[in-house]
Design a protein around this ligand. Structure first.
Ligand SMILES: NS(=O)(=O)c1c(F)c(F)c(S(=O)(=O)CCO)c(N[C@H](c2ccccc2)[C@@H](O)c2ccccc2)c1F
Ligand SMILES: [Zn+2]
Length: 261
């Protein structure tokens, strides 16, 4: 069966509700963030990212995004603090991006889209046995979102963009060891946080979103390397460039967005 969803006219975000009715649920992501409306919550402490012992395994094109997977058999790389009651284990990170010079982020800030958005997906291994189990629990996942805007070259993103040619086709995977995503963080860890969902099917409403306020700068040349990836496999004759793999903002439905300071 493979995946029954995508980002095209025939299988895109506006149609996902047909196979995934939760798409019209009460805590869907992404959202448009309104900084003035976000309530500053003094009880919200800083987030802590303990990635120093992290172990990346591989980089893959899964037909929806480019994903770097991590070893998550112990608490070697976790996010904690902020709105989280437990440490959450880093499982993978991936990106969303647009077409040439267009919008591509999932979250927007007062309607403003960024060129791309990096998601670091973590799961609550304290309360749940497996990430699959965590992925369906209301407090199972924590995703750290980082905006990418075009500007100067990002010296560490090269490690990723230089590897993309090896995973051009859907289903391709290659070794990608000892990459520490700490190098992709902006200088400030100030954030907005709210309760939401995965932004791709199965759209489980299991995510505590932590979106950093400060974007990182990447060059247009680096962004263009993401766009040479393909949604399609090597054996398919119709080549489809991987771009605009983002879900648009979803209704807030009364949710509160909180702000660290
Ligand atoms: N924007 S988002 O963070 O919501 C997001 C994506 F946008 C996204 F593209 C992926 S994906 O893995 O690349 C393909 C969709 O499954 C995942 N991956 C899911 C996942 C991976 C690791 C740990 C938890 C969740 C996805 O693979 C998944 C969801 C539910 C159950 C199992 C796996 C994901 F979480
Ligand atoms: Zn994502």
């Amino acid at each position: 069966t493979g995946h029954d969803w995508g980002y095209g006219v025939e299988d895109g975000p506006s149609l996902w509700h047909q196979n995934y009715p939760i798409a019209k649920g009460s805590r869907q992501s992404p959202i448009d963030i309104l900084p003035q409306t976000a309530s500053h919550d003094p009880s919200l402490g800083p987030i802590a990212l303990k990635y120093d012992q992290c172990t990346s395994i591989n980089i893959a094109n899964n037909g929806h995004s480019v994903v770097v997977e991590f070893e998550d058999s112990d608490d070697r790389s976790v996010i904690q603090g902020g709105p989280l009651d437990n440490p959450y284990r880093l499982k993978q990170f991936h990106f969303h991006w647009g077409g040439k010079g267009c919008r591509g982020s999932e979250h927007t800030v007062e309607g403003h889209s960024y060129a791309s958005e990096l998601h670091l997906v973590h799961w609550n291994a304290v309360k749940y046995e497996t990430f699959g189990e965590a992925a369906t629990a209301p407090d199972g996942l924590a995703v750290l979102g980082i905006f990418l805007e075009t500007g100067d070259d990002h010296r560490w993103l090269h490690t990723i963009t230089d590897a993309l040619y090896m995973v051009k086709f859907k289903g391709s995977v290659t070794n990608f060891k000892s990459f520490n995503p700490k190098c992709l963080l902006p200088s400030s860890l100030h954030y907005w946080t709210y309760l939401g969902s995965l932004t791709t099917p199965p759209l489980h409403e299991s995510v505590t979103w932590i979106v950093l306020k400060e974007p990182i700068a990447v060059s247009e040349k680096q962004m263009s390397k993401f766009r040479m990836l393909l949604f399609t496999g090597e054996e398919e004759d119709q080549r489809m460039r991987m771009e605009n793999n983002f879900r648009p903002p979803q209704p807030l439905k009364g949710r509160k967005v909180r702000s660290s300071n």
